[in-house]
Design a protein. Structure first.
Length: 125
């Protein structure tokens, strides 16, 4: 490893949990789902399929804790709960959408690379 790499890794330690949150697949899908406005829990669940109810709950709580999503409860029977991106959450949209565009642009190359790798692994067995 180059000498500068250790320094960079050390500098990233304070933001490691943030990078883990914004880089996980469910958080990305939820940010994309909420980009147009508030949604209820089951609407988000449908948009982020095949996410489980438990994982959606945990991810929404994490995003809320990090200040990226707000949760609004409207008193009614049953209570209505809406989730929406905060200003901070909206600031994450651009990098998430850029990452999504990159994935769309390069998925065929990645599929080809995976196929070549898998074939080489099988051949070496």
């Amino acid at each position: 490893m180059k000498p500068g790499n250790n320094e960079l890794i050390d500098r990233c330690r304070p933001v490691r949990t943030i990078l883990s949150r914004v880089g996980d697949k469910w958080s990305v899908l939820i940010v994309i789902a909420l980009r147009e406005g508030p949604m209820r829990f089951n609407e988000i669940k449908r948009a982020a399929e095949p996410i489980s109810q438990r994982m959606l709950t945990l991810t929404l709580k994490g995003l809320e804790r990090d200040g990226l999503v707000s949760r609004t409860v409207t008193p009614s029977k049953p209570p209505r709960v809406d989730y929406e991106l905060t200003a901070l959450g909206h600031s994450l949209r651009e990098p998430v959408e850029a990452l999504g565009r990159w994935a769309f642009d390069h998925h065929a190359e990645i599929d080809d690379a995976q196929t070549r790798f898998d074939e080489a692994e099988l051949a070496s067995e």
